[in-house]
Design a protein around this ligand. Sequence first.
Ligand code: ZN
Ligand code: FE
Ligand code: FE
Ligand code: ZN
Length: 265
Amino acid sequence: MVDYHLHTKRCCHADGTMEEYLAVAENKGLKEIGFADHFPLELIGYKPRSPVTMRADELDDYIDDVQKIKLMSANIEVKLGVEVDYLPGKERKIEELLERYNLDYVIGSVHFLNGWDFTHPSYADHYKNMNLDSIYQQYFALVKSAINSGLFDYIGHIDIVKKFGYQPEMNLTSIYEELALLLKRSGVGLELNTAGKDAPVGQFYPSPALLKAALSEGVHISLGSDAHSPQQVARYFPDAQAYLTGLGCLEISSYNRRIRKSVVF
Ligand code: ZN
Ligand code: FE
Ligand code: FE
Ligand code: ZN
């Protein structure tokens, strides 16, 4: 099994050392892990209300630390990834930044809607003041732009707008079908992110209907726990595996220098 979504304390909302993450991964019998810490928003030219990524001056150390762990790790392959915020209008900047580093993979995530960090618990009350259909529409429009940008290997927690359990009135089927087609056409993958199970919504990202739509188009799937502490490495992975195999998906993605291959569980 592979866990490609591990954070580190540099992002200001995670804890544990990289060695501790690796140790838990070894205990759980993983074959491969990837660190994908939050890419510095400062470099992209965006200032969130609360710091949620590493600082620009920490990026080189982050990369060095992952390289060191790669060499240190005897039993598990370690990959260098990043989780990058998709911000409309910043595409060229992000492209230019990502070219500078020898990354194994890049996860594209949407965490901001018009400056609102809608995945942050401190700002979750804002859902109550907003039209939920409109939030969902705006969110998925950004996800579509993220897919079309060509910047990312796969999309992280693609329906994280459900995180706090606020459901829209609108039916999402046509959006799911559109997303599945776009992913297929662009060759961008989709992450099964198990963190949602520990969020108020209590379910994986994506929901079964969206995952099914993507799988029926043959979209490639990546697996990640979005661990923000070592104990969260590979959280709910037996359930995730059952979930995927139940839908006929027997392979997940592995990346090396941004080249994808499929591996069995
Ligand atoms: Zn985070
Ligand atoms: Fe994220
Ligand atoms: Fe994450
Ligand atoms: Zn995440």
